[in-house]
Design a protein. Structure first.
Length: 137
């Protein structure tokens, strides 16, 4: 499991990176899930349309990854539905896009797809993940 190292008041804290994958197409979503698990990430596949509330789906998640098979309209609708939860928890969103024009125009949160797994993991590692809740001893 991929972990990020954080420091809180001089103590080293390791935190697993849990990634929610909003699938759209379950075959592509499951393939993406298996690839990321293979390199050590803890993943959760969210089917389109989601069957639970945004709070339940994103509980413990530190990054939301939108699969390339999710259409622009579905993507926008789901992001609006999850918007307040994403903002409240500071969960960053990365979008895999099959449109190179869209990926280049939309900025660093859009990743051209297909892409190498190494390139995707670099984008994940560069994402500003929210700090976890750390209980004091």
């Amino acid at each position: 499991m991929k972990e990020r190292f954080l420091y809180k008041q001089g103590d080293l804290v390791t935190v697993p990176t849990k990634i929610a994958i909003l699938g759209g197409n379950s075959v592509a979503g499951r393939a993406l899930e298996a690839l990321l698990q293979g390199v050590g990430y803890d993943t959760r596949l969210i089917e389109d349309p989601p069957e639970r509330s945004a709070e339940q789906l994103l509980d413990g998640v530190r990054l939301l990854l939108l699969a390339p098979t999710l259409g622009a309209e579905s993507r926008e609708t789901l992001l609006v539905e999850m918007g307040s939860t994403l903002e409240a928890t500071n969960i960053p969103v990365l979008t895999l896009s099959t449109s190179l024009k869209e990926a280049l125009a939309e900025g660093p949160d859009f990743i051209p797809s297909p892409c190498r797994l190494e390139d995707l993991t670099k984008k994940i590692e560069a994402a500003p993940l929210p700090a976890p809740e750390v209980e004091s001893a």
